[in-house]
Design a protein around this ligand. Structure first.
Ligand SMILES: NC(=O)c1ccc[n+]([C@@H]2O[C@H](COP(=O)([O-])OP(=O)(O)OC[C@H]3O[C@@H](n4cnc5c(N)ncnc54)[C@H](OP(=O)(O)O)[C@@H]3O)[C@@H](O)[C@H]2O)c1
Length: 396
């Protein structure tokens, strides 16, 4: 493993220190000295993050230290590769320091991640497993709903940070700018000729033809995530997978404000760790009913999930395209909040009727037709017996 000159110099200095000076065991180090050491090693971790650009991921450097001796170091190289914390732990092990990891301190320029919805496993798990019992970090994870610091503290790890927020933000300015770009929201709906997406009894199987449904499976496999509301899970008990050969299953995001779905629903039974339950219900007892090692839960404050904040959180998890598959209530909220970028409307030769049967966009809706958003690049295509109207919406 390549070691930067800064780490080499610090290692030599700390090795000398350990040979000639009495080792600094943490309980003898005064608060002031600890602060000085923290600054020295965090600065070093930050300098490690300034290597080659891991874009679109953030720049992160990490260092593991015990008794003023550097056990291992590393930085993040880019998408799909281990995070800096894992590089540092692996480096420490390959340096023969695995036994020293217990009780060591990890210095890392970005708050360790704790979410499972990415290509690499959460760093918080590796930190706990290694025996590291103190973490000092530079910058807070920009995704406020996914706090590794809170998680580590809850497991008894001492955590200090953010200690260099401004400096790390400057180093990661491109990454932080990219996070502000919201994920693309693509609405898919199948409706009858009279504009219904389900019957008055909430039956919607099947309004569209087999050919259209196959197309939706292809669409799913091209998107990072599928979003549905609790009503759709209750009515249809969907699996929300992409059932095409070699198709990729997107992450399933279930928005269930008051936890009205059954924990036994298909979307919560899948063992692939790709489901996120988004709720406002904070009752531990209720949430526990859904608990499974493969389910990630995001609890929002208030009575309704703030959809903009949700999009920011999903973007911070690296999700850039979201297929909004309904139902009427959720799609209407996205429309009212002006958050839909693109749509696929399958208009199918069936008649359903009924004033209580749902239409694609619930919510408040517009008061005047002239307020309708500008639609672009509209195409019309026959898919089996159905008509597919596809287009984009200019977000105002
Ligand atoms: N034809 C199609 O393409 C299609 C597609 C999808 C669905 N459907 C049909 O549509 C029907 C379901 O539509 P729906 O309007 O009843 O249900 P829905 O939109 O799927 O779900 C509504 C529920 O989602 C939760 N929710 C939505 N927005 C929320 C927010 N901002 N914060 C917190 N929770 C939020 C609420 O759950 P809580 O009550 O728990 O707070 C709400 O009651 C079903 O019949 C289904 O078959 C048809």
């Amino acid at each position: 493993m390549l070691v930067s000159p800064a780490v080499q110099a610090a290692r030599a200095q700390s090795a000398l220190h350990n040979l000639f000076i009495f080792p600094l065991s943490s309980f003898l180090v005064s608060f002031k000295n600890q602060k000085k050491l923290d600054k020295k090693y965090l600065d070093l971790a930050i300098s490690l993050s300034k290597g080659p650009d891991p874009s679109p991921n953030p720049r992160v450097g990490a260092l593991i230290v015990k008794d003023d001796l550097i056990l291992g170091s590393g930085h993040h190289h880019g998408p799909g590769t281990p995070h800096a914390e894992i590089e540092a732990i692996t480096d420490a092990i390959s340096n023969g320091n695995s036994k020293l990891l217990k009780g060591a301190t990890l210095y890392v320029s970005l708050e360790p991640c704790s979410h499972t919805l990415k290509r690499t496993p959460p760093c918080t798990d590796a930190i706990l497993k290694s025996g590291i019992d103190r973490v000092v970090f530079g910058m807070k994870d920009p995704n406020s709903l996914v706090s590794g610091a809170v998680f580590l503290r809850s497991k008894g790890v001492s955590v200090a940070g953010p200690l260099s927020q401004k400096e790390c933000e400057k180093i990661n300015s491109t990454y932080l700018r990219m996070l502000k770009i919201p994920p693309r929201v693509i609405l898919k709906m199948a409706m009858s000729l009279d504009g219904k997406i389900a019957t008055r009894e909430n039956d919607s199987k099947w309004i569209s033809s087999e050919k259209s449904r196959l197309m939706v499976h292809h669409l799913r496999s091209r998107c990072d995530a599928i979003l549905v509301g609790a009503g759709t899970v209750i009515a249809d008990n969907p699996r929300l997978t992409s059932r095409i050969p070699s198709g990729k299953d997107p992450i399933r995001v279930i928005i269930d404000g008051s936890l009205s779905t059954s924990p036994k629903s298909n979307v919560f039974q899948n063992p692939d760790g790709k489901t996120i339950l988004v709720t406002c219900a904070s009752s531990r007892a209720k949430l526990k009913l859904y608990s499974s090692p493969n389910l990630r839960t995001l609890v929002f404050p208030g009575k309704k999930v703030d959809l903009r904040l949700l999009l920011t959180s999903l973007s911070a998890m690296g999700l850039k395209s979201l297929l909004l598959e309904g139902g009427s209530t959720l799609a209407g909220e996205f429309f009212d909040a002006n958050l839909i970028d693109e749509f696929y409307f399958f208009i199918c030769p069936k008649l359903i009727g009924g004033k209580t049967a749902k239409s694609p966009l619930g919510g408040l809706g517009l008061a005047n037709v002239c307020e309708s958003p500008r639609l672009h690049s509209i195409t019309y295509r026959k898919v089996g017996p159905d008509l597919l109207i596809h287009g984009t919406i200019l977000r105002s």
